[in-house]
Design a protein around this ligand. Structure first.
Ligand code: NDP
Ligand code: GDR
Length: 364
């Protein structure tokens, strides 16, 4: 791996999330001084970056956290002024598509206007020519299928308040790049997962449930639309792609994807298989019940409460531009990713059984 210039300063919003954790690790390894913005929370929200934490009283800490929120301009301006970052990675977002239908205004504020707040802070503070900016854009922008595979030139058609908010963020980044010559880039990232994935996204919900079922702590997994197709890659590899975008001489927009698409149903089957449980599907469509061949028990059921008012049916990305210009390629197949997540969650349940940890039941 190429190493960045020692002593660069990065600011990461959303540092406590899946991508924030992988990106922090990567940048620290590259010799960056990393500042992260975390939200005040009544419960513990720094589990993913616990291993990177450094006591602020330490001499010369390389990883520092600041309280902040994407909905508070004054706070964003103050942190950027203090930190004077060379690079800002804007990963903070209300990132759950289904939840965005329930909190559309907040999602627009945090994900859409929040992005504007950072860009304006860079401008107000006179950092336009100094600070490079990465925006966590998303394959959800493509929404209703226009053409596949989806690339940087495929038209957008957002299908959720989340995607509409991210659409605003995408275009305001392009606009600040063109209007003020900022080094601002959009990474249009397709779904990426890992053992650090939030527990209410479908892959992790599945792998956690498989582990709980395998150990007899849970008897059923309720899911929504099993017929959606997603292009799933490994989050660690996508974090490297983000960093590569900001190392280019010119800012630009890039798709990161694997180029392979998989049914949610097939991910479910593979995850159970990894835990030595063979699923036999009794049918297709929304009323199906999946049955476990070995025991005859229904292990997976479709619950319409997890259907979205509007769904994104098919995502499959074309990462050619990222390969050619950034030299970025994905390495982990979705099957290996699924296996890694199942093994991780099986081990977590086993630790809990030995009284060494806690395994919570799934939510949405
Ligand atoms: P996560 O949901 O795991 O992390 C989101 C982060 O944003 C968390 O640190 C969260 O804090 C923080 N956050 C949420 N709301 C606010 C707010 N109002 N102010 C400050 N911080 C906030 O997401 P991922 O790591 O998976 O994704 C990172 C980014 O990439 C997101 O913007 C997401 O929309 C986008 N994206 C993700 C893809 C994926 O497949 N993972 C694909 C394409 C784009 P807390 O920990 O306190 O909740
Ligand atoms: P997505 O991820 O909406 O693609 O957004 P998610 O894992 O939530 O859903 C993927 C697909 O699975 C279907 N599904 C379910 N989803 C959830 N969460 N829970 C279920 O029980 C369930 N059953 C079926 C969904 O309908 C959907 O089709 C993620 C987020 O990380 C976004 O922030 C990011 O922008 C996109 O990926 C790219």
């Amino acid at each position: 791996m190429a190493f960045g210039k020692a002593g660069k300063v990065a600011l990461i919003t959303g540092v406590t999330g899946q991508d924030g954790a992988y990106l922090s690790e990567l940048l620290l390894k590259q010799g960056y001084l990393v500042h992260g913005i975390k939200r005040r929370s009544s419960s513990f929200n720094t589990g993913r970056i616990e291993h990177l934490y450094q006591d602020p009283h330490d001499h010369d800490p390389k990883f520092m956290l600041h309280y902040g929120d994407m909905t508070d301009s004054t706070n964003i301006i103050r942190i950027i002024q203090q930190v004077q970052p060379d690079e800002i990675y804007n990963l903070a977002a209300q990132s759950h598509v289904q939840v965005s239908f329930e909190t559309p205004e907040y999602t627009a504020n945090a994900d859409g206007i929040g992005t504007l707040r950072i860009l304006e802070a860079i401008r107000i503070l006179g950092l336009t020519k100094h600070t490079r900016f990465y925006q966590a854009s998303t394959s959800e922008l493509y929404g209703l299928v226009q053409q596949v595979p989806q690339s940087e030139t495929t038209p957008f058609y957002p299908r959720s308040p989340y995607a509409a908010a991210k659409l605003y963020a995408y275009w305001i980044v392009v606009n600040y790049r063109e209007a003020y010559g900022m080094h601002a880039s959009n990474g249009i990232l397709f779904n990426h997962e890992s053992p650090l994935r939030g527990e209410t996204f479908v892959t992790r919900k599945i792998t956690r449930a498989v582990a709980a079922i395998r150990h007899g702590h849970q008897d059923r997994l309720y899911l929504g639309n099993l017929d959606a197709r997603r292009d799933w890659g490994h989050a660690r590899e996508y974090a490297r792609g983000m960093w590569l975008m900001l190392q280019q001489e010119e800012p630009d927009d890039y798709v990161l994807a694997t180029g392979e698409t998989t049914l949610v149903r097939d991910f479910v089957t593979a995850a159970f298989a990894e835990a030595d449980i063979t699923l036999e599907w009794s049918g297709r469509g929304v009323d199906e019940k999946a049955r476990c061949a070995r025991t005859g028990r229904a292990l997976v059921e479709v619950d319409p409460r997890y259907f979205r008012p509007t769904e994104v049916d098919l995502l499959i990305g074309d990462p050619t531009k990222a390969r050619e210009k950034l030299g970025w390629v994905h390495e982990t197949s979705w099957r290996d990713l699924c296996a890694e997540m199942v093994r991780h969650d099986l081990a977590a349940v086993a630790r809990e059984q030995r009284g060494e940890g806690e395994h919570r039941r799934d939510g949405k």
